[in-house]
Design a protein around this ligand. Structure first.
Ligand code: ATP
Length: 292
């Protein structure tokens, strides 16, 4: 069968089954997404020792190169810290990984087989990539329990959501997540009454309910007290190994507590990579941090 016929067949099968297939529209002026790949949750192939792989990725906004031939990879279970001055391209990189922004060129793979540029944003979340934005977005009028329960209902229809009941495995998972995020004593509290740090942990818990393989966390400790920051460091160290984490953060003492490898982004590409001590001693890194 020719590739064309195979794609036409895949398209028909997707229509018949109600699964969305990728037709590709761009949000950011980059290239069109590929067509015909059905996004279904499944095992991510990590036999090559990489859960995430970016090569030569570039994107421009109105002629300005926000990401410039960026190459980066992350090992399964790794906790990678990303630092860099304002405007370095950290958020744009996460936007590309999660399908919010399409790059103009380059390769972005989840494991060895899933080409993320052929998937839409909603499909990428389903594939096992969870993203936490800087501001907490929990449902303030719901309890901690209800927020976590709700995380399991996403992408279900209205009727299915109304009939939804936790099965025993999901109840166990919810209890485990509550312990992990240190909110087991607060199940019945309204999310709106939690501290800023607790809201952040709850949102991380909502992501964990979906058991993501890769978690992208954008400035997770911004606005936290020192104690909350220390507990967040503990939380991330607990998650490492079970999940892969990419943490973008400006707080260097937090980075020092959690980091193994630190990647420094600047002008849309990797400027330096190594332990925090190594990158902080790098003249080019000192220049971009002090020279601006
Ligand atoms: N949609 C867009 N349109 C135009 N320019 C954009 C867009 N998104 C990002 N940029 C520009 O791309 C560059 C990289 O921005 P980005 O937000 O990725 O940096 P960052 O490293 O996350 O910065 P910060 O640490 O301040 O959050 C910036 O100069 C920004 O103004």
């Amino acid at each position: 069968m020719t590739p064309d016929l195979m794609e036409a067949g895949a398209e028909r099968a997707a229509r018949a089954s109600g699964i969305h297939y990728v037709t590709g529209s761009t949000e950011s002026g980059g290239r069109e997404a590929g067509f015909g790949r059905i996004a279904t949750p499944g095992e991510v192939d990590i036999t090559h020792g990489r859960i995430l792989y970016l090569e030569d990725v570039s994107v421009s906004f109105d002629g300005f190169k926000a990401i410039n031939k960026l190459s980066l990879d992350i090992a399964p279970g790794e906790l990678r810290c990303i630092i860099g001055p304002n405007g370095a391209g950290k958020t744009t990189m996460m936007d590309i990984i999660t399908g919010k922004t399409r790059p103009d060129s380059g390769t972005v793979f989840f494991g060895s087989t899933i080409d993320l540029l052929r998937h839409r944003e909603a499909d990428i979340a389903q594939l096992g990539i969870g993203r936490k934005f800087q501001k907490p977005t929990v449902f303030e009028h719901l309890t901690v329990f209800e927020n976590l329960e709700l995380a399991l209902k996403t992408n279900k229809g209205v009727r299915a959501s109304m009939l939804f009941r936790l099965d025993s495995a999901q109840s166990d998972r919810l209890a485990e997540v509550l312990e992990t995020i240190h909110l087991a004593d607060s199940v019945s509290r309204l999310a709106g009454n939690l501290s800023h740090g607790q809201k952040q942990w709850l949102e991380i818990g909502m992501l964990l309910m979906q058991d993501p393989k890769l978690l992208l966390l954008d400035e997770p400790v911004a606005g936290m007290t020192d104690e909350e920051t220390a507990r967040t460091a503990e939380l991330f160290l607990t998650l490492k190994g079970k999940h892969s984490l990419m943490v973008v953060e400006h707080d260097m003492s937090f980075i020092r507590t959690i980091s193994e490898i630190v990647t420094v982004l600047c002008d849309g590409s990797v400027l330096a990579q190594g332990t925090l001590d190594e990158v902080q001693a790098d003249e080019r890194v000192i220049e971009v941090y002090l020279g601006r």
